[in-house]
Design a protein around this ligand. Structure first.
Ligand SMILES: [Zn+2]
Length: 125
């Protein structure tokens, strides 16, 4: 069996190894498991790596901060309404693959960071 489909077998083995490595290190969408970002992109904002916020509807979000989130896509135009960070506008962001709302991108004139909802992520958060 191995000899008749050796190439395919080798490819599968490599993918399995890659997946295991990513499960240890990555931050993934909890819904579809797309790689969203990496723990090394975690940053502190106002001295904290994460913080609990409530939106105007009283919904509570535990947000973690990241400098990069290549697995996210922006889903709204920027707004400064009810912003949690004075001087920063927010943009709704979601998973690039399944569009689940994962958090917000906060941007000022010369700065920006990603605030991701921790219980919608999996992996090394
Ligand atoms: Zn997803």
């Amino acid at each position: 069996m191995r000899d008749t489909c050796k190439t395919e077998h080798d490819t599968q083995t490599r993918e399995e190894v890659d997946t295991e490595a990513r499960e240890e290190e990555g931050v993934f969408c909890r819904v579809c498991s797309l790689l969203i970002t990496h723990p090394e992109h975690k940053i502190a904002i106002q001295g904290e790596f994460s913080r609990v916020f409530a939106n105007p509807h009283g919904i509570v979000f535990d947000i973690g901060y990241y400098s990069l989130a290549p697995g996210c896509v922006k889903l709204s135009p920027p707004s400064d309404e009810f912003t949690w960070f004075p001087g920063y506008e927010w943009t709704i962001v979601g998973c690039r693959q399944c569009s689940t709302h994962l958090g917000w991108f906060f941007s000022s004139r010369d700065d920006g960071f990603w605030g991701l909802i921790l219980d919608r992520l999996a992996g090394t958060i």
